[in-house]
Write a protein that binds this ligand. Structure first.
Ligand SMILES: Nc1ncnc2c1ncn2[C@@H]1O[C@H](COP(=O)(O)OP(=O)(O)O)[C@@H](O)[C@H]1O
Ligand SMILES: [Mg+2]
Length: 452
């Protein structure tokens, strides 16, 4: 059972590696320490927008941005989504980043404001500190004990013996088979430093033991000292969760045990659904923890792409939600200029966003690219996809991007490489681009053909 679970994980990992996603060449905002934009990174041009985004990242990290909102405004294909993604990369894994697209609110099953509320809570982090009883040390040995069954099941794991070592001594623990699975999941091997929570059995891998430093110094692994003191001790355990995690853990207490013992204990497990009332109760507890210093609020980022698709009801919700004491930073993106606000008959406003909300927004403009920047972006894309493209072909693609759109030119890369392969080449030539662009229309030509 445990073995097959590991196999599934492995295949999916190699699948993810091969896929080249739309923004896979973007690795952060590419800013220097002083906040100015560098030239040689995945991000080309768009310097002032990137620098502005860098300031937002600083504000978020220093927790000065809560309750504020940002608008990325610019033509399609000018890198708004790429900038939002780079912001999330800069914030790191500990700060929640929740991306959504405006149209997601129009679901048949759930109210628009409920969709927004849930996404808000996914973007608000809480760092909870608890003192817990743990077993901590360097892993010396892991031995699963199997039992034989008569009949078709064969063997199964009855328990696992884990030997942990600290500077002071060592101890062998006999643990539940479920912990063996956690160990496999966390890829724990001998020489790792781990702790096992005594109550819940949650396993946490802290890093590789310092003793193994030379052996593995090419790896990007984090090295940690062998713990001092006894194996069995009290330890401050830090958990990063979002308000949404808390909602879920308390609505369905069976599943959320390991996520949250603290808040889980505070509330009687009785609800089966996330309701407004449940959220208010959780907010109350969270606020108390924050006052007591048990928990720290980590406001993250809620990114709403294509924000002009939202309607008046949603904007009213945003207006209020942004002001709440538990609010993330909201980043909106739109490519609309003056337009009608959805859900109204005749109110036209900049970006299709009501004045009251616009007043709260810091606006970052993305500007259209010149041919030269587009050529560079296409080059980076080609490299990310592992395609060979010469100077001349790049120029042709840049002209295509100028005439139609950057996204269209980028889209052509893969089919053009197939055309090249069909002609027995591994390098994409201008004729491959011409051939594929007659096969696949851009939106302008396609719409025009339908009109004619
Ligand atoms: N300055 C840039 N540097 C590198 N790649 C970019 C840049 N701007 C846009 N791209 C890439 O071009 C494509 C279109 O950009 P995108 O962020 O989707 O635009 P928008 O959201 O403004 O419509 C994406 O693949 C994106 O990663
Ligand atoms: Mg976009």
């Amino acid at each position: 059972m445990a073995e097959s679970a590991v196999k599934i994980q492995d295949t999916s990992a190699s699948f993810v590696e091969k896929r080249v996603a739309t923004h896979s060449h973007i690795r952060g905002l590419g800013l220097r320490d002083d906040g100015t934009a560098t030239v040689d990174c995945g991000f080309i041009g768009q310097t002032s927008a990137r620098e502005a985004a860098g300031l937002i990242v600083d504000l978020v990290k220093s927790r000065k941005m809560a309750g504020r909102a940002v608008l990325l405004a610019g033509e399609p294909g000018t890198g708004k989504t790429a900038i939002a993604l780079a912001i999330s990369q800069e914030l790191g894994a500990k700060v929640p980043f929740r991306p959504m697209v405006g149209s997601e609110v129009f679901s048949a099953e759930v109210k628009k404001t409920e969709v927004l509320e849930e996404n808000f809570r996914r973007a608000i982090g809480l760092r909870i500190k608890e003192i817990k009883e743990v077993f901590e040390g360097e892993v010396v040995d892991v031995t699963p004990h199997e039992v034989e069954h008569s009949g078709p099941q064969g063997k199964s794991i009855a328990s696992v013996a884990v030997t942990l070592r600290t500077a002071k001594g060592s101890k062998t623990l006999k643990l539940d088979p479920s912990i063996y699975e956690s160990l496999l999941k966390a890829k724990v091997t001998t020489g790792d430093v781990i702790y096992v929570e005594a109550n819940s059995g949650t396993v946490k891998r802290l890093g590789r033991s310092d003793n193994f430093k030379q052996e593995y110094d090419l790896e990007a692994d984090e090295f940690v000292p062998v713990p001092k003191g006894e194996v069995h001790k009290k330890r401050e355990v830090v958990q990063d969760v979002t308000l949404h995690d808390l909602d879920m853990a308390n609505a369905r207490p069976q599943g959320g045990q390991d996520v949250l013992s603290l808040v889980g204990q505070m509330m009687k497990p009785r609800k089966t659904e996330v309701t407004d009332k449940l959220r208010r109760e959780i907010n109350k507890i969270v606020n108390r923890y924050i006052e007591q210093g048990t928990a720290e609020l980590v406001p993250g980022v809620l990114f709403i792409d294509e924000a002009h698709i939202l309607d008046m009801e949603c904007f009213t919700f945003l207006n209020r939600a942004i002001e709440s004491s538990l609010a993330p930073i909201v980043v909106l993106a739109t490519n609309r200029g003056m337009s009608l606000i959805r859900g109204t008959d005749d109110i036209v406003a900049p970006h299709g966003i009501p004045r009251e909300l616009l007043d709260r927004l810091l606006i970052i403009r993305t500007t259209p690219y010149g041919v030269d920047d587009m050529r560079k972006i296409i080059m980076i894309r080609a490299r990310a996809e592992g395609l060979l493209v010469g100077e001349e072909t790049l120029q042709v693609l840049a002209e295509v991007a100028k005439g139609s759109s950057l996204r269209y030119a980028i889209q052509l890369l893969t089919p053009a490489s197939i055309s090249a392969a069909a002609h027995g080449r591994d390098r994409i030539m201008p004729e491959d681009v011409n051939e594929t662009s007659t096969l696949f229309l851009d939106t302008k030509r396609s719409a025009k053909l339908l009109l004619d």
